[in-house]
Design a protein. Sequence first.
Length: 212
Amino acid sequence: MEIKHGYKQTEVGVIPEDWKIQELSNIASIASGGTPSRQNLAYWDGDIPWITTSQIDFNTITSAEQCITELGLKNSAARLLPPGTLLLALYGQGKTRGKISSLGIAATTNQACASISISKAISRKYVFYFLVSRYKEIRGLSNSGSQENLNSRIIKSFPIPLPPTKAEQTAIAAILTDMDAEIAALEAKLDKTRRLKQGMMHNLLTGKIRLV
């Protein structure tokens, strides 16, 4: 295939010549979380959000299904992460593995979540959207065996194509964010229309509304 002038072939595909490929570990700090002992009740039902992979679904996480205490945080591998941290599911049931979310709150995670803290020089949303776009590819990198899992080593070496400036990265992410908002509005309108139809079906098919 002939490559268009001003572009180049890379391991992630054809990209502009002035874009660079960086391993994720070169632009982010990557770690995993931990789980306080379930045997110690003093570690649980506190006020520190604790996220598991079940909540990771290409979304912004603004609440937690479980919480731990300060004592549980201090006595486990869990780390308190700031809002904006990206979370990637290292393993999980069904289609969970490889999904990514962004924290909308300060929270901790279990060890099945990789936390990705992006450098301030890079657009977090740009990286988020790129990882979302490579979901199937990331899943395909899982270790083979009785249970396919991802690990920090795999995630750290994942290649990211980067526009040369944060401004360009931000502009790309802004367009995709606007499209997400438009899709959400359309889905809300469609859901409302479905509910109106359901009510109309009931009224028409039970004779509550007569047409003739």
